[in-house]
Ligand binder design. Structure first.
Ligand code: UGA
Length: 474
């Protein structure tokens, strides 16, 4: 892990020569009144993905002056023009409102950003490394290494990205070493728990705020930032840096485990002739277990859960605690078996072979409410069907463009009806409401055969069977 952090700022050369800020910083007023309040009135947010853009737009909505920063000039230009480069319900209006108010602006200039504020949030991505379970920390390291030499006044840098435990300590040392402000350039860790598709709501009203800090000053600054959430009753938990990092990965590991647990039960139910939906419902009535994240189906995907449990295992191995997380290997394996089982069911319904068969796929996003196809179980299944010789026709309400770029070999349809036209087998792989509401009689009129795999257990089997469909679910 350490090596990943040791990229020297000069070697990274990330700051372009011409760095116009796309809008001048506004001189708005802000509710904060304490000494820390003066320091938190202006905030920068590095990284403008789902996390960073939601954080920046919500902070502006809360009354702060915010400068969003990214090394991707095209993305910054789009955001500055009020265009969201991805699908996230409710975020575009907030972005535009922030821009109109003058409280939200964007830049590619690290030096403008360093001069703009005393409080800097790091929200860059930490994807899985190619060919390894480890997290790729190069974006975060580049951000710290490029920003630090520009920080001349006392300031607080706050990490929100999901990182392996121990990263924050190394970043803190690096900041103090290479920033002109020295020890006055402090680091805190404040992990983010937002879900894609609910980013605005989860940012404005988080379930809890974790403040991993090393000083009372850092805690006070974070309390200023989150004053409205704290006033609304959100628990504000103060920890050390390592615990803060761990809260995030442990939460994602637990959610992944819950999903794989119910999917393991689905395997047993299938063998025993039991009903996993009824089982899941019954388990959920136990308040100690809870019904959330206990929906059996095609399993978890996306840019977070899969890579986070793998990076967690890799880090635990480095720490000599690998055995403690060996169960996550099984969680991952159960999850991947769901995809294989879905393909098996499609093959069965297609009469034993997929070669030359037409498969109509409904949904490719990793979950409804998102256009994210990173590690999408749905897209993985669609690509596997294609690999097995099927002609695959795909429809998704928002993720088609992203899927087309990632898997150009599939056919992309303009509607659900078009996707299933002449299909020998239909698969529901992302439970968008429009698919759940679809009329099985109408869809059945255009398919070659009325056979459906419900990969998400989202359809009403009685309704589909009543319309003469052969209905199979995981
Ligand atoms: C997840 C966490 O829920 C967030 O708290 C966290 O902040 C985020 O990762 C992150 O690390 O940034 P997200 O990736 O948006 O959020 O997705 P989830 O809503 O958690 O869903 C993950 C996957 O699990 C999806 O593919 C979904 O279809 C699947 N899932 C979810 C199930 O298969 N069964 C369930 O019961 C619930």
């Amino acid at each position: 892990m350490k090596e990943a952090l040791e990229c020297h700022p000069q070697a990274l050369g990330a700051v372009p020569a011409r760095e116009p800020r796309t809008r001048p910083a506004a001189q708005g007023c802000h509710p904060s009144r304490t000494e820390e309040g003066a320091l938190t009135r202006r905030i920068t947010v590095f990284g403008t993905g789902y996390l960073g853009t939601a954080h920046a737009a919500c902070l502006a909505e809360m009354g702060f002056e915010v400068l969003g920063v990214d090394i991707d000039a095209a993305r910054i230009a789009a955001l500055a023009a009020g265009e969201l480069p991805f699908f996230e319900p409710g975020l575009q209006p907030l972005l535009r409102k922030g821009l109109r108010s003058g409280r939200l602006s964007f830049t590619i200039s690290y030096s403008d950003a360093a001069a703009f504020a005393r409080l800097h949030f790091i929200c860059v991505g930490t994807p899985q490394q190619d060919g390894s379970y480890e997290a790729d920390l190069s974006h975060a390291a580049r951000c710290v290494n490029t920003l630090a030499p520009l920080l001349r006044a006392p300031c607080l840098v706050v990490g929100k990205s999901t990182v392996p435990v121990g990263t924050a300590r190394i970043f803190a040392e690096r900041l103090a070493q290479i920033s002109p402000a020295g020890q006055d350039c402090e680091l805190a860790w404040n992990p983010e728990f937002l879900r894609e598709g609910h980013a605005v709501q989860d940012t404005m009203r988080p379930g809890r705020i974790i403040a991993g800090v090393r000083s009372a000053r850092a805690e006070a600054m974070l309390r200023e930032v989150y004053a409205s959430q704290i006033a609304a009753g959100t628990p504000f938990l103060v920890t050390d840096l390592a615990t803060a990092e761990l809260v995030k990965v442990a939460a994602n590991a637990f959610l992944a485990t819950k999903i794989s647990f119910i999917n393991a039960m689905a395997e047993v139910c299938e063998a025993a002739g039991a009903d996993v939906m009824a089982l899941s419902g019954a388990l959920g009535h136990d308040a100690r277990i809870g019904g959330a994240w206990l929906r059996p189906g095609l399993g978890f995907g996306g840019g977070c859960l899969p890579k986070d449990i793998r990076a967690f295992m890799a880090r635990a191995d480095e720490l000599g605690a690998g055995q403690a997380l060996s169960f996550l290997r099984e969680v991952d394996a159960i999850n991947m078996r769901r995809r294989a089982r879905t393909v098996d069911l499609a093959r069965e319904l297609a009469g034993g072979s997929l070669r030359g068969k037409l498969a109509g796929v409904l949904g490719v996003a990793f979950k409804p409410g998102s256009d994210d196809i990173r590690d999408s179980p749905a897209l993985d299944v669609a690509a596997t069907l294609h690999g097995l010789g099927a002609l695959v026709s795909v429809y998704d309400p928002v993720a088609l463009e992203a899927a087309r770029r990632a898997c150009p070999e599939l056919n992309y349809a303009g509607s659900a009806t078009e996707a299933v036209r002449d299909a020998d087998v239909t698969l529901l792989l992302t439970e968008w409401q429009e698919f759940c509401d679809a009329d099985p009689e109408e869809l059945g009129k255009v398919t070659a055969r009325r056979a459906i795999v419900d990969g998400r257990g989202a359809l009403d089997p009685a309704r589909w069977r009543a319309a003469s469909w052969t209905y199979r679910t995981l």
